[in-house]
Design a protein around this ligand. Structure first.
Ligand SMILES: [Zn+2]
Length: 77
């Protein structure tokens, strides 16, 4: 499995339907909505990896496994 944020090596974790969960050695553990992944693929968009990682670090103070949906996605310009 590859990381949905940086495309590096990541472990896929079983989770609720509608979501994808990954544990990336660099980005860490997160959950992402499948609709966001599909929308980004359709539009050919990619994440702003550095800013997304920083967001995850902040977010982990509130929840151990941050969830990312369309409203939280930080896309590359
Ligand atoms: Zn990653």
């Amino acid at each position: 499995m590859s990381c949905l944020i940086c495309a590096g090596q990541a472990e896929s974790v079983e989770c609720a339907s509608g979501w994808e969960e990954r544990r990336c050695s660099v980005c860490g553990w997160y959950r992402m909505s499948q609709s966001l992944i599909l929308a980004m693929m359709e539009e050919g968009q990619i994440f702003d990896t550095e800013r997304m990682r920083a967001w995850l670090v902040c977010r982990r103070q509130l929840m151990p496994i941050p969830t990312i949906d369309a409203s939280q996605a930080i896309l590359a310009p």
